[in-house]
Design a protein around this ligand. Structure first.
Ligand code: TYD
Length: 220
């Protein structure tokens, strides 16, 4: 695989989408061809799955069905979009990937599904492929949810199935992400997202520079 795969993770309203747009523009200016994408919903069928997963009653799926749907979306995303782009040498920046399933479906929901099952699903869907870098934007749920609801107010179909679950769920997700980072220090970096967009963008550039400069990519 010639390209580079960067994932952004974090709780609700952590500012991932603005930061992804800024990083993508920055990399393009620097000469790195990249695409941005997201989960769920990075492919045509994925867009249908996204509607099913993010709109409606919180309890409409049991934990296993919900997780399998996220993994169906992920498999299509990898085979139809991420891997082909990387094979052409592109950088792929994704708003969420498999850590979201660990943070939301495992930690968030009080471990209703086992880590063993999650790992098996990952292996079936992605084999030993993983992101080259995962940037986790850390924010207190009280702050993030406020931002997130402000955004949802402008949507016709409100994608708030997960936002609407209580604060304990969102605190579990935050702590879950910190645990994921601890378990994968070579891949994950946690950044404080309670900053201005510009300040956080600078932090992200610094991380990308540190990770890739002097290695296979002569970035700057
Ligand atoms: P997203 O567009 O990332 O929303 P936000 O910008 O608010 O972060 O929405 C995706 C939602 O789906 C988000 O609430 C997290 C949830 N999700 C999971 O629960 N598990 C998963 O595996 C993924 C990819 C997302």
């Amino acid at each position: 695989m010639k390209g580079v795969f960067i994932t952004f993770e974090g709780g609700e309203g952590s500012g991932k989408s603005s930061q992804i747009r800024l990083l993508s523009e920055y990399l393009k200016r620097t000469g790195f061809d990249n695409i941005t994408t997201r989960e769920p919903g990075g492919t045509d069928i994925g867009k249908e799955l996204r509607k099913m997963l993010l709109i409606g009653d919180t309890e409409k799926f049991d934990a296993v069905s919900e997780t399998l749907l996220f993994y169906t979306d992920r498999r299509l995303h990898l085979t139809n979009k991420i891997w082909p782009a990387m094979a052409r040498g592109k950088w792929v920046i994704s708003d969420r990937f498999a850590d979201s399933t660990i943070a939301y479906q495992y930690y968030g929901h009080g471990k209703r599904i086992s880590m063993e099952d999650l790992e098996s699903m990952y292996r079936i869907v992605a084999g030993d492929f993983k992101p080259d870098l995962t940037i986790i934007l850390d924010i207190a749920p009280e702050v993030g949810l406020k931002r997130s609801y402000a955004k949802a107010d402008t949507m016709v179909d409100k994608e708030t199935r997960f936002e609407s679950i209580g604060l304990e769920f969102h605190n579990n997700i935050r702590n879950g992400y910190l645990q994921i980072a601890k378990n994968n220090p070579e891949r994950c970096v946690v950044l404080d997202a309670d900053k201005t967009i510009e300040e956080l963008h600078k932090d992200i550039i610094r991380v990308v520079e540190e990770r890739f400069v002097g290695k296979q990519l002569d970035l700057f």
